[in-house]
Each structure stands twice: as structure tokens, then as C-alpha cells.
Design a binder for this molecule. Structure first.
Ligand code: 4AD
Ligand code: MG
Length: 454
């Protein structure tokens, strides 16, 4: 007999015989002569209520083994539930213990703190909250592909091992096969310095300049030593790159994507989202509705600065032209000034990477960041510098070696066209959709400074 997933079972409209489910016991309640077992198989938030009674040949012996965390195989009939709270229950005809869970099982029936659960990252997906967040992650990853597929974007795979620093920030993890103590790069695996990628953009640009509209969606790595709620050393990024596209169209695409993904989560993850709206962030539904229904603000960097200066608010980091926005500034704009997502565009060129297109004012670049309440920057993007000479000049002022980027420069030499793209931090998106405030809690096994357990 095949296993049926609980998520599929609960959608049935008719009672059924000969059902077989497998999962982990959440709770057991004993009444006179029978027991209720709440079984969860991870396929959905809901448990399946199992009725076990003395018609089971091994009832007395078995029922004491059915403790929280135990894995079971259960066969029986799916029947309308007599009790409140669920439509169906499974009247069991056979129960077998697959794997027992002794009394020291760390997830007993009480609420555990997020901090504690991080120390048992291998078990926390078995809780309601973490099961829900990882199902939402899965569903939204699928929706990312669906969004681009519907729009004839091609999904491209960019390298994870690279020899070039896309963002120019020098925050890369070195990859080497040299034994400790040996330093000659010539002897190293690639014969040159190699790193884990910080972004697939540069290679994605080459593919956009061949296939038109493309996107990458993969893991990226940053050795930023910032122990904050929104930085991870390993995170996933969605990076569309569009040929024949300017900054304004780029911004419009980013807004459409966020709205699409929010709608998708609301439609396809409603039970899981509801859990977060009840237990994690009471205002979550309002916030998600706002993402779907409001038009995002668009303001130039200079105007954003003016808003912050005129606010009279005492910021820890003063605002001044030529400085990047700090998290407190981003939050002030989205939470206090506009109360919704804000695109800030046209940042000063000195705080942005070499590949961004220089504006006619010669001091700003065609850049954009999407800021959202509580999280701050969730998307960073730009129109790319397609003019060979201007690009070379910017690289020189930034001290980048032309030799390392020869292939990138050639794309501006042969059939160069205006093009644009952006990167959406996938974890920050999941934080936005769930109201979870720490990035460590939306990644199954997070990597942050001094932490690479599991
Ligand atoms: O703004 P960033 O650095 O942009 C790029 O890497 C571009 N090359 C993307 C592109 O245009 N194709 O990063 C993009 C997004 C940020 O807005 C943020 O959401 C996320 O990636 N991000 C991080 N997320 C988690 N932990 C970190 N350490 C992150 N750094 C960036
Ligand atoms: Mg950025």
C-alpha cells in the first residue's frame, strides 16, 4: 500500500478505505479504551488525527511507545471526524513504530525560543514554525521560476567558483587546495586565485547579451563580518538581467516580481502564512496586503537624503551626500516617512560598484535599491555601463585591473547594448513574507561569522 501525504489526504472530499500514512507523533491523548494521536508528516502544517483503540491487536503494548517525536506507519480508514477542529480523522487498523523517540526528545510540547531552536537546527524543521517557513521557501523558489518562465526569461547557471569580484568589495571566500603554509598561487588548483561568487551578475550579463532576458537563482557567498539580523555568509540571490532595458523598466520589473511573489505566497501558502500572522507578526496580513495593493515609492537618492535631513530625527549615523544609507535610514524612510516599500535610485557613483551606468550629471549612477519596512534593502540593481570608454575609466578610478575583466570589457566592444538587472535577496524575501526578523531563522542551516555547525 502506498503512502499518502497528509496534505493530499486532507483535500479529499470522500471517506476512503485502506489509507497508509507515515509521519512523526506530535502528541498523544488517552481516553478510556482509546487514544488520539496527532501525526505530522511535514507535508503541511495540519496534523492528521489518528484514532487508535483496543481493536488494534497490539494496542496496550504499542500505545506507550507512541510518544512525541516517534515515527509511525499507520493504516486505516479516512472518516469524517466526530470532534471539532478537523474535517477528517484516520481510524487506524494497524500501527507500527518505525523509529522511537525517547523521553529526552528535545522538542516537547511547549514553545521553544528561536535562540534555542538554532542550537538544534537539525530538528527544528519538525516544529510548526520551521516546517512552515521551509515550505514557504520551497513554494516561493518555485514561483520565482514560474514568474520568469511566464515572461520568456531563460534560466542560466552562472559559476560558483570565480576569479573575479563582481561587487568589488573584496568580501570573498578564498577557495584553495594548497596545503597550509604554501602560498604560491601558481601551484594552486586553478593556477590563480579563486573565490566563491558574491553574485552571478557579470556572467549573467554575458548571457543576457546573447539570449535577451535571463535570470540566475543560486547561492552566493560574502565574507562580510557583519553579525546582523539580515546578513548571512551564504545566501541565495535571484538575479534577472535584461538586454535592451533601462533603469525605469528595471525598477518596474522588480516591483512586478515582488507583487507576484507576495500574491503567490498568499494564494499557495495560506495556512503557513496564517501561522506567522497569528504567532510571529500580528500585522503581517496588513503588510502583505500593502505589498500587493500599493504602488511602491520611487525617489532619487538626493531626495531621500533631504527627507531624512528634514525629519529632525537624531540618527546614530548622520546623513550626508556621498555616504551610503544605513539600516536606520532605510527603515526611517519606509516605516516613518512613506510607510511602504521605496525605490531609491541614482546613488552617488563613489559608493556603488564599477559596472553601474554613469548618469549625465557625471556624479551619480543609474542604480536602484528597493527598501522595505523592518528589513531595509531587499533588492539592489542598476542599469549597466554599456559604453566601453566610460566603463574603463570607472574601473581605473576604482583601481580594478582591466586584465581580470577582459572578457567583460569585450562585451562592450562587440555589439554592446543598454541592459539592466537586479539582485533580490531570497532570504530577505522570506523574512518579508513571514515577519521573521532574523535571517538565521529562514535558512535551514545558516552560515554566519563564527558559525558553521551542521
Ligand atoms: O545589492 P547587492 O550586493 O547586489 C548585487 O550583488 C548585484 N550584483 C545584483 C545584481 O544586480 N544582479 O545584493 C543584492 C541583494 C541585496 O539587496 C540583499 O537583499 C541581498 O542581495 N544580500 C544579502 N542577503 C543576505 N545576506 C547578505 N550578506 C547579503 N548581501 C546582499
Ligand atoms: Mg546593495
Amino acid at each position: 500500500m502506498q503512502r499518502t501525504k497528509i496534505t493530499q489526504l486532507l483535500k479529499r472530499t470522500e471517506p476512503s478505505e485502506n489509507i497508509r500514512v507515515q509521519g512523526w507523533v506530535r502528541t498523544r491523548r488517552d481516553a478510556k479504551g482509546f487514544s488520539f494521536i496527532e501525526l505530522n508528516d511535514g507535508s503541511c502544517l495540519a496534523n492528521l488525527q489518528i484514532i487508535a483503540d483496543q481493536t488494534l491487536p497490539n494496542y496496550d503494548d504499542l500505545i506507550h511507545q507512541v510518544t512525541t517525536g516517534t515515527a509511525l506507519t499507520v493504516q486505516g480508514q479516512l472518516v469524517p471526524s466526530q470532534g471539532k477542529g478537523q474535517q477528517w480523522e484516520l481510524r487506524s487498523t494497524a500501527i507500527a513504530v518505525l523509529g522511537s523517540a525517547p523521553e529526552d526528545f528535545p522538542l516537547q510540547k511547549k514553545r521553544h525560543s528561536d535562540e534555542y531552536l538554532r542550537t538544534i537546527a537539525h530538528l527544528r524543521p519538525r516544529t510548526n514554525k520551521y516546517g512552515a517557513v521551509f515550505r514557504i521557501r520551497s513554494e516561493l523558489a518555485f514561483a520565482v521560476h514560474q514568474f520568469f518562465h511566464e515572461r520568456d526569461f531563460r534560466y542560466v547557471h552562472t559559476p560558483i567558483l570565480t576569479a573575479s569580484d563582481c561587487e568589488g568589495a573584496g568580501e570573498m571566500f578564498r577557495v584553495t587546495t594548497l596545503p597550509p603554509g604554501k602560498t604560491s598561487v601558481a601551484d594552486d588548483f586553478f593556477g590563480t586565485e579563486a573565490n566563491l561568487t558574491v553574485s552571478g551578475q557579470l556572467e549573467a550579463e554575458m548571457l543576457a547579451l546573447s539570449l535577451g532576458d535571463v535570470y540566475t537563482f543560486g547561492p552566493t557567498f560574502r565574507a562580510e563580518n557583519s553579525n546582523t539580523r539580515r546578513h548571512a555568509a551564504e545566501f541565495w540571490m535571484v538575479e534577472p538581467e535584461m538586454a535592451f532595458c533601462d533603469l525605469e523598466q528595471n525598477v518596474a520589473m522588480a516591483e512586478t516580481l515582488i507583487r507576484y511573489l507576495t500574491n503567490h505566497a498568499l494564494t499557495h501558502c495560506s495556512a503557513d502564512i496564517d501561522l506567522f500572522a497569528r504567532f510571529v507578526d500580528k500585522d503581517l496580513m496588513k503588510k502583505l496586503d500593502l505589498l500587493v495593493s500599493s504602488e511602491f515609492v520611487r525617489i532619487p537618492y538626493k531626495e531621500a537624503l533631504a527627507q531624512l535631513e528634514h525629519s529632525g530625527h537624531a540618527f546614530e549615523y548622520p546623513v550626508s551626500y556621498g555616504q551610503d544609507l544605513q539600516s536606520e535610514h532605510e527603515r526611517y524612510l519606509t516605516e516613518r516617512v512613506f510607510k511602504r516599500p521605496v525605490f531609491v535610485y541614482d546613488f552617488p557613483e563613489n559608493i556603488k560598484p564599477f559596472y553601474m551606468r554613469l548618469n549625465d550629471d557625471q556624479e551619480t549612477v543609474a542604480s536602484m535599491d528597493l527598501l522595505v519596512p523592518e528589513i531595509g534593502e531587499i533588492i539592489g540593481g542598476s542599469q549597466r555601463e554599456e559604453r566601453y570608454d566610460v566603463l574603463v575609466r570607472r574601473m581605473e578610478t576604482m583601481g580594478l585591473s582591466k586584465d581580470n575583466y577582459w572578457w567583460y570589457l569585450q562585451s562592450r566592444h562587440y555589439g554592446s547594448v543598454p541592459h539592466s538587472g537586479f539582485g533580490l535577496g531570497f532570504e530577505r524575501l522570506i523574512m518579508l513574507m513571514t515577519g521573521i526578523s532574523n535571517i538565521r531563522d529562514v535558512i535551514p542551516f545558516p552560515r554566519t561569522p563564527k558559525n558553521i555547525s551542521f
